[in-house]
Ligand binder design. Structure first.
Ligand code: GLN
Length: 207
């Protein structure tokens, strides 16, 4: 059971067009914030911050356009709303995308080039421990599912983690650019809440 969040706790929206919405809600609630699902511009306008879940970025992009959300999402981003995206969510936050569908839209917000389905189709899911010096404690056990990686970042982007061994060694998989955070992996699936806690601290600092 998660204790109810304080009435003045930040309200963090979870973009609920598609993907693993419920898992993010559970972790956020255990971090002491309030959550709500975002499917409309009005619902977006009501939240202090937004989490974009993992799922399928081509579908999420299409639904964001169909629901009239893509421009409101970009406006919210530009006006400084903190956002965190995992996996497909990372793709949605990329200023530049490689391997997307020709009509695929992103919100942008992080000055980076992201390669979709980068780890390859056959070895598409794997787990690895990553050192993340921005977080206290042991390495993060990261779960990758048909994940993207970050090909390159611009000057203002802080690299928070990269793959440490194997064929993808050195690939960037966690970044922060100002109020925007993204991971290639799925911390909502492992029971380790430190990435969400880090994001909640970003939201409180922005508040
Ligand atoms: N491969 C998916 C995409 O392109 C992302 C997978 C995920 O979110 N687990 O959107």
């Amino acid at each position: 059971m998660t204790a109810a969040a304080a009435a003045d706790a930040p309200l963090i929206g979870v973009l609920a067009l598609q993907g693993d919405v419920r898992e993010h809600e559970h972790v956020l609630q255990s971090c002491g914030v309030r959550t709500s699902r975002v499917r409309t511009p009005d619902q977006l306008a009501a939240v202090d911050a937004l989490v974009i879940p993992g799922g399928e970025s081509t579908t999420m992009s299409k639904l964001a356009v169909d629901f009239g959300l893509i421009d409101p999402l970009r406006d919210a981003q530009e006006s400084g709303m903190p956002m965190y995206g995992s996996c497909a969510g990372m793709i949605m936050l990329a200023d530049r995308l490689e391997g997307g569908r020709p009509d695929q839209q992103t919100i942008g917000g992080i000055d980076m080039l992201v390669r979709r389905n980068a780890f390859g189709r056959q070895v598409d899911s794997f787990e690895a421990d990553l050192a993340m010096p921005a977080l206290d404690g042991p390495p993060v056990h990261a779960v990758f599912i048909r994940a993207p990686w970050v090909e390159s970042v611009g000057d203002g982007v802080e690299v928070l983690g990269h793959v440490e061994s194997g064929p993808a060694a050195g690939r960037i998989v966690a970044v922060r650019h100002g109020r925007v955070l993204a991971t290639s992996f799925h911390p909502e699936l492992t029971g380790d809440h430190r990435i969400h806690e880090y994001f909640v601290a970003m939201v409180r600092d922005a508040g």
